[in-house]
Design a protein around this ligand. Sequence first.
Ligand code: S3P
Length: 171
Amino acid sequence: MGNVILIGFMGCGKTTVGLRLSYRLRKAVIDTDKEIEREEKRTIADIFATDGEPYFRERETACLHKLIKSVSNQIISAGGGLPLREENRKLLHKLGKVFYLRADAETIYERLKGDTTRPLLQDSDPKTKIRTLMEQRDGCYRKAADVVIQVDGKSFEQILDEIEARVSDWV
Ligand code: S3P
C-alpha cells in the first residue's frame, strides 16, 4: 500500500501538512473528510446536522474500505475522529505508515477558536471540550500511530523534515 497517513486532533495541521508533504514527496494527497463531502454532496456540518454523528462514522469506515481498494503510494489525511474505531485503526495500518501529529489543547484552542465548520466544537465552552476530547482520544491516536510527532511550537518545515526522515527510513 505504501501510503503516508496523517492522524490527530482537529486543528493539529493534518490538512496543511498533507498538502505541503504532497509537494515535497510528489505524491497525491487525499483527505477523508473531503472524500465524504464529495460523495455526499454536502458539508460535514450538514451531515452531522441531518443524519447525526453515527452516520458520519459509518461513512468514515466505508471511505477507508474504498481507499484500501483504490489507493497506494499517496498521502492520506484522516478526519480527527476516524482513528477512534478499532476497525478503522486496523484499516489505517493496512493502508500504510501512520503519523500522529500531536498538539497541546492550548495550541488547538488558539487555532480553532471561532471555527464554525467542526460540529463537535460548537460548544459554550470549547476550551474544556477540546481538553476533554483530547484526553479521551490521545490513547487511541497513540495506538493507531507508527510515529508520534509533537507539533507545538514547530514550523511546518520542521514538521515536514521529521516526517520525511521517518518516511525515508521506511521505504
Ligand atoms: C472530527 C474531525 C473533523 C471532521 C468532523 C469530526 C472529529 O476533521 O471529520 O468534524 O471527530 O475530530 P478534522 O480533524 O480534519 O477537522
